[in-house]
Design a protein around this ligand. Sequence first.
Ligand code: UT7
Length: 319
Amino acid sequence: MFARIAGVGSYLPGSPISNTDLIQRGVDTDNDWIVSRTGIKSRHLADAGCTSSELAYEASCRALESAGVKASEIDLIIVATSTPDFIFPSTACLLQSKLGNQGAMAFDVQAVCAGFIYALNLADKLIRSGSHKKALVVGADVFSKILDWDDRATCVLFGDGAGAVVVEASETPGILSAAAHADGSYNGILSVPGSVCGGKVTGDPFLRMDGQAVFKLAVRVLSEVAKECCEIAGVAPAEIDWLVPHQANIRIIESTAKKMGLGMDKVVVTVDRHGNTSAASIPLAFDLAVRDGRIARGQKVLLEGVGGGFTWGAVLLEF
Ligand code: UT7
């Protein structure tokens, strides 16, 4: 029994916001710095009232439509997000309500930018165990709500969005291998170190990052986990048709591809248009490349992500 991707969908709020638009909004930065250090030219930012569950709903409707599956048929909903609508109930339960689904197991996964990989890994295990048949796996984040717009070293990097896949039990592949890891000793290099106590936010409610430490660790663990996934599946990196990496920084993406011996013509890149959309970035990029015809049925695709925690993981699949 395999878990197979039956459909994909994604959603970006509003119009693209360019680097120049950010400068006009008062951010002390310049286009050349952002493009040369990160590859980011624009991103989408949600309106103040827009929530992760709203973006997740739009992406999910598109994924369900592309799979030809009704919301009522879904028996598992996993939403990867670090920007949930509420402390509780989970964004997955809010999404379930919006979709009109009843009875599915629904929960959130919090593994920051590696969240979608964690969620897909879990869906694979639950489907292969026989306990679930049709899963909706979503990455949705509105990082614009947790950015300090006076911290130019972080606020220019992120965008908002959502991506979703429908995964179903299948006798043909399917997800071939999945690996996920964490090292909590690195909790301080990428965090939002605030909490709620006595009805008030205590500590710092904004994203803080040691960019250089994140950069070095990301390049190391991404190539290690890519290798691990290939070894588990018995697939050589040269057999991979498409690498769909987390979209944080073009230099991290290029380094990982190089370490795997893959040309950039085999890598899906959206960081230039989306920025870093955290848990949404991988399914957003995957959906884009499926819809524009690059990723085709039967091809081998490696998805990989890395994020705060520190967390990382990869999924190798035959589409
Ligand atoms: O999902 C994982 C999420 N995070 C990542 O993947 C981030 C990984 N790290 C990175 O991508 C890079 O470390 C950054 C792009 C964040 C930063 O690049 P860097 O080469 O590590 O720059 P830096 O932080 O060392 O800053 C270098 C200079 C500083 O100026 P001085 O002190 O040398 O004069 C900063 O003030 O760049 C300046 N700077 C900026 N200048 C214009 C920092 N941010 C900006 C900015 N615009 N937005």
